[in-house]
Design a protein around this ligand. Structure first.
Ligand code: UDX
Ligand code: UDX
Length: 464
């Protein structure tokens, strides 16, 4: 079976880059990315390719190459579904904010809506691919909906979780550690569908990097991978607090530990806390699943990763207040970086949001600079928390266009995101323009301690 037309529902951080790379690497396949959000689709179609809605290094060049040739962005969901042989579902699956499983389970509302729409529209056989991260056994629910509400056509459901990380999405897609495809491995039709997807990736990924499993293993592997990665960050963050009280340096500890080939060096960087759309959501989801099977010890074990992460964000903010003589009321604090990591404009679950919220509750005045995040997004993130009115947020938080401007007349600087440009700032000039004593809190352990102290700062870094 040869795939000629692909449709992807959801033009977000996962759907957009993934489909762009598939289109670039498979010029003979038509790829249409659809989304309900008209503004987002318009941005993907913007004449100036630098205006696409997602900032990822290298992505605009991929889009420029394929867009209009075999890569299309559209709001006509029905049409794209009908034409496709293969449909990726890449809509968001946030943590539920209501009802059973509130604050833990994944909200599958959008997934179900997609399934019902596919069932209603499809007049020919389709392979439906779960790209969104989903609780184990969601494929079964999808199958039930498709088979019971469809027009009698055949649906094959595959799970193909995405492992790309934001900021390195294009590179991760071009050179994946592995591509995971779960399907109905026990039937001929299931195996055919899996092979069709293997052949799509086969355009640029070697066979030994493509794993095929049953659907449940694939779904659970995605949650497991994210839980393990987040667990490493919480583990080193737990050590960072111990380093601070013992005089050890967390970077030295993580280097020494990471050189053990059994442990490995990656994901051992202490920080103000992990953010992003996946880690917290997926672990909460894992905890919920474990609890629902009565596996309370398993649930508690993974929940601790989140508890540690919340603690890390809170203690960073509390330390700022404590260091500034137990009050930040009316004091100006510059926050450098808002995104949850460098090289992305994504702010979902960013530590900066929670640190800002804490400081605002202590009546601080905040000035934010981030090279890629818009003012609109920063206010939306704070408003979403509901801790104060939108008007109050706009009064106490200002957004500026340079780091230098943010730090002018500030009592303290909090470095929140490890953007490269923060390394190259003229820190001595920044120091000169701040109120004294000038405090600098490095939430990423990015800056050179000695240099900062020599420049005059009262310097504090996570884990040191
Ligand atoms: C992805 C995954 O799909 C999610 O499961 C994973 O855990 C995080 O990453 P992402 O691409 O980052 O989500 O989400 P987002 O950027 O919010 O994009 C989802 C898009 O789907 C949005 O543009 C939204 O408008 C669209 N959508 C949602 C639809 O087109 N139809 C719907 O019914 C729901
Ligand atoms: C993650 C997974 O890495 C990816 O495989 C999955 O598909 C989606 O979730 P992402 O959230 O985009 O990707 O970024 P990631 O690089 O994993 O960083 C997540 C958070 O952890 C960031 O806030 C980052 O700053 C933080 N982090 C990461 C650390 O604090 N220390 C580290 O050593 C690594």
């Amino acid at each position: 079976m040869k795939i000629k037309n692909i449709c992807c529902i959801g033009a977000g951080y996962v759907g957009g880059p993934t489909m762009s790379v598939i289109a670039q690497k498979c010029p003979e396949i038509n790829v249409t990315v659809v989304d309900l959000n008209e503004k987002r689709i318009a941005a993907w179609n913007d004449e100036n390719v630098e205006n696409i809605p997602i900032y990822e290094p290298g992505l605009s060049a991929v889009v420029a190459e394929a867009r209009g040739r075999n890569l299309f962005f559209s709001t006509d969901v029905d049409e794209a579904i009908d034409r496709a042989d293969m449909i990726f579902i890449s809509v968001n699956t946030p943590t539920k904010t209501y009802g059973i499983g509130k604050g833990m389970a994944a909200d599958l509302k959008w997934i179900e809506l997609c399934a019902r729409q596919i069932a209603r529209v499809a007049t020919s056989d389709k392979i439906v691919v779960e790209k969104s991260t989903l609780p184990v056994r969601t494929a079964q629910a999808l199958k039930n909906i498709l088979e019971n509400t469809g027009n009698g056509v055949n649906f094959q459901i595959l799970s193909n979780p995405e492992f790309l990380a934001e900021g390195t999405a294009v590179d991760d897609l071009l050179n994946p550690d592995r591509v995971l495809i779960g399907g109905d491995i026990d039937t001929e039709k299931g195996r055919e569908a899996m092979q069709a997807l293997v052949d799509v990736y086969g355009h640029w990924v070697s066979n030994d990097h493509i794993l095929t499993t049953n659907v449940w293993s694939s779904e659970l592997s995605k949650l497991t991978a994210n839980a393990f990665l987040a667990q490493r960050v919480s583990s080193i963050n737990a050590m960072s607090e111990l380093c601070e009280v013992t005089g050890a340096d967390v970077n030295e500890v993580s280097k020494a530990v990471g050189m053990d080939s059994r442990i490995g060096a990656k994901f051992l960087k202490a920080s103000v806390g992990f953010g992003g759309s996946c880690f917290q959501k997926d672990i909460l989801n894992l905890v919920y699943i474990a609890k629902s099977f009565g596996l309370n010890e398993v649930a508690d074990y993974w929940e601790q990763v989140i508890i540690m992460n919340d603690h890390q964000k809170r203690r960073f903010a509390a330390n700022i207040v404590k260091t500034l003589y137990n009050t930040v009321s009316g004091k100006k604090i510059a926050m450098l970086g808002w995104a949850f990591k460098k090289d992305t404009n994504d702010t979902r679950e960013a530590a900066s949001i929670y640190v800002a919220d804490y400081l605002l509750s202590e009546q601080a005045e905040i000035v934010v600079y981030d090279p890629k995040v818009t003012e609109e997004q920063i206010y939306a993130d704070l408003d979403y928390l509901g801790s104060r009115t939108g008007e109050e947020n706009r009064k106490s938080v200002k957004i500026v266009n340079t780091a230098k401007e943010a730090c002018l007349d500030a009592h303290a600087v909090a470095l929140m995101t490890e953007w490269d440009e923060f390394l190259d700032l003229d820190w001595e000039a920044i120091y000169e323009k701040m109120l004294k004593p000038a405090f600098l809190f490095d939430g990423r352990k990015l800056l050179n301690k000695k240099k900062m102290i020599d420049s005059g700062f009262k310097f504090y870094a996570i884990g040191n």
